[in-house]
Design a protein around this ligand. Structure first.
Ligand SMILES: Cc1cc2nc3c(=O)[nH]c(=O)nc-3n(C[C@H](O)[C@H](O)[C@H](O)COP(=O)(O)OP(=O)(O)OC[C@H]3O[C@@H](n4cnc5c(N)ncnc54)[C@H](O)[C@@H]3O)c2cc1C
Length: 412
């Protein structure tokens, strides 16, 4: 029987799209090649960091990274590759790192960050989900006097910022040593436990009648004229009115529909461990000069870092894990990390922090929802809403204001 909507990919973007579609009365099937327990939407830092936090493509990003590379502390690396697409991506990244673009991106982040925060709040209050949703700010920790002074000079709004001395910063993160300069609390941000969020959302969707086909990989899209007529998996084939591709950093299916999006997988690491409760960070924290995040969770703490381009190998590389520990140890006193769990995942990264959202330009019943890069958890609820609206209300990209503002189809 022909299905109504098939969502391919059960990460946070696919599940939030399913959430909004099912709330609009649509019938949804999610097809996921794994079992929704450990993908990129699970092992990330869980920061909700849309407010006052510079995007990746920001003026000075390249020179700052080069400086860190020289000091051996850089989180970013590019593997040698013959893939021309990556070099085009890097050029586009450099071209996007302008003041004008930064101003617009920050405004868009606040718009979709606020929609997301409100939706997270409603999922907790109205839908009864519990995923350790905390709206207690993001602490940006500085280890360089110059960067701290430059940032602090612009933090005049007391509703959005609190500038903290070294001593006050240590109250937030007791493990810090004397080398830390100070910090700025970005008050409007928050964090969740992404794994708990994914499992709670899946449970909610199952209760609402969403069908989950797990451990089933979509291998082929079949086309007829301007439509996707069928999809084939390793187990079966299915017809549907509408197909949504939310396959994260994997663009294999989008390519079958003749798309070559400006998106690249950016590998990152997380290390989750138990530590002395008294020493745990009091809120989610980010070492601004090192790109290492530390998020307090119910029973553990999670560190995340690294941004590797030019690889799709998901293996844990020991050198990278060691370098995260080493870089952190430069600014912290010794502390015990117990029961460490190491993990890697791939951010679906566009060169200008603008996602790929909306109807395909060649096939009328195919919708894309990817490219959320390092901010998928931050924006997942807003993206679900945009996808829900464009599929059920607007039915085309050009009449949906959010697609016009925040999709690479218009802002690429
Ligand atoms: C180290 C690290 C830290 C991060 N920290 C944060 C953070 O603090 N805050 C934040 O907002 N974001 C963060 N992110 C980014 C965030 O995790 C991603 O943006 C987000 O998870 C992407 O979600 P997605 O649904 O697009 O993709 P995914 O979570 O990758 O989901 C895509 C799903 O599609 C499935 N799939 C792919 N192909 C097929 C197919 N052919 N058939 C069936 N299924 C398929 C995959 O198995 C996968 O489950 C971080 C990422 C990393 C790597």
């Amino acid at each position: 029987m022909k299905k109504d909507i098939i969502v391919v990919g059960g990460g946070c973007i696919g599940l939030m799209s399913a959430y909004c579609l099912v709330k609009s009365g649509r019938s949804v099937t999610v097809i996921e090649k794994n079992d929704i327990t450990n993908g990129t939407s699970f092992g990330n830092a869980g920061l909700l960091s849309a407010f006052k936090k510079a995007p990746l493509s920001t003026p000075g990003a390249i020179s700052d990274t080069l400086k860190l590379m020289l000091k051996g502390e850089s989180p970013a690396s590019v593997h040698p590759t013959f893939d021309l697409h990556l070099y085009k991506w890097l050029l586009k990244f450099a071209a996007s790192s302008t003041e004008a673009r930064l101003k617009r991106t920050l405004a868009l982040f606040e718009r979709y960050g606020q929609i997301s925060l409100d939706m997270y709040e409603s999922m907790v209050k109205d839908d009864g989900m519990d995923f350790h949703f905390c709206k207690d700010g993001l602490l940006m920790i500085y280890t360089e006097q110059k960067t701290f002074d430059e940032k602090a000079a612009h933090c005049n709004n007391p509703d959005a910022y609190e500038i903290l001395s070294k001593e006050r910063t240590k109250e937030y993160m007791p493990i810090l040593n004397e080398k830390v300069i100070g910090s700025i609390l970005l008050k409007e941000n928050g964090h969740v436990d992404p794994g708990e969020f994914m499992l709670e959302l899946k449970k909610f969707l199952q209760n609402k009648g969403v069908e989950f086909l797990l451990n089933e990989e979509v291998t082929k899209l079949e086309f007829s004229g301007s439509k996707v007529s069928k999809i084939h998996t390793n187990k079966d084939s299915y017809e549907a009115e509408t197909f949504i591709l939310s396959t994260g950093a994997n663009d294999t299916l989008a390519k079958q529909a003749k798309n070559r999006f400006m998106m690249t997988p950016a590998k990152g690491y997380s290390i989750t461990f138990k530590m002395d409760e008294a020493l745990k960070p009091k809120t989610s924290s980010l070492f601004a000069d090192l790109f290492i995040a530390m998020t307090p969770r119910r029973h553990t703490v999670r560190m995340t870092s690294k941004l590797e381009l030019g690889t799709t190998n998901s293996n844990i590389i020991r050198k990278q894990i060691d370098s995260i520990h080493k870089n952190l140890s430069l600014y912290t006193n010794d502390f015990v990390k117990e029961d460490m769990v190491e993990w890697t995942g791939f951010r679906p990264l566009t060169p200008n922090d603008i996602p790929i959202l909306g109807f395909d330009e060649n096939y009328d019943n195919l919708v894309h929802a990817t490219g959320l890069g390092w901010l998928g958890i931050t924006f997942a609820p807003a993206i679900g809403k945009i996808i829900g609206d464009v599929v059920t209300v607007d039915k085309k990209n050009a009449t949906n204001i959010d697609i016009l503002l925040f999709s690479a189809f218009y802002q690429g």
